[in-house]
Ligand binder design. Structure first.
Ligand SMILES: [Fe+2]
Length: 190
């Protein structure tokens, strides 16, 4: 089943979910981006639930909406600045600033100012800092289109794309360790 913000895939029920889905359609996001975003939201919610079972509070509504919106900028560009473009679209649509932030820092495992500048982005840190931001950035890394992949597979691809030893790869593994520890043993993703 495809088409329209009422579809039940992933079936979260947060109050922001429908608004986020409608925003994707209104922005003209391509269907494959919407499919990817739904898959990321589903994984992000599974991660959130596993972490919450260990007594850590998470704003799951924000995680779900952030995961749905993270690639909204791809309605306009697939370049690396889709995160910045997307964040500004989200701000313009009247979503909370926390959601714009989640969109802005989802690329890679975050990008520090010096690397951002090398990539041609405005020089500042684009690093996920809140747990909600980290969950969305992490879940996005483990979903290729709408297919889940193991952290090892992502790291292999990342290393092939960036060159072995690139600092972004160890940033990804740090993020992986942090999320995995919060999820606890036996809760491996994918
Ligand atoms: Fe993205």
């Amino acid at each position: 089943m495809e088409s329209g913000p009422d579809e039940g895939i992933g079936a979260g029920s947060g109050p922001l979910r429908k608004k986020a889905l409608m925003a994707l359609y209104a922005a003209g996001c391509p269907p494959n981006v919407i499919k990817h975003s739904l898959a990321v939201a589903e994984l992000a919610m599974e991660i959130s639930r596993a972490i919450e079972r260990n007594g850590v509070r998470i704003d799951a509504d924000l995680v779900e909406a952030g995961a749905l919106l993270h690639d909204i900028g791809r309605a306009r560009t697939h370049a690396i600045d889709h995160a910045i473009v997307g964040a500004s679209m989200v701000r313009g649509m009247g979503f909370p600033e926390a959601l714009a932030r989640m969109v802005e820092v989802h690329v890679g495992a975050g990008i520090p100012a010096d690397e951002a500048e090398e990539l041609g982005l405005p020089r500042r840190d684009y690093l996920p800092t809140t747990l909600e931001e980290k969950i969305v950035a992490y879940a996005d890394k483990l979903v290729d289109e709408d297919r889940r992949m193991a952290p090892e597979e992502f790291a292999r691809r990342f290393s092939k794309a960036l060159g072995p030893g690139h600092p972004a790869i160890s940033r990804f593994w740090r993020l992986h360790r942090e999320i995995s520890e919060l999820m606890g043993r036996g809760s491996r993703v994918s």
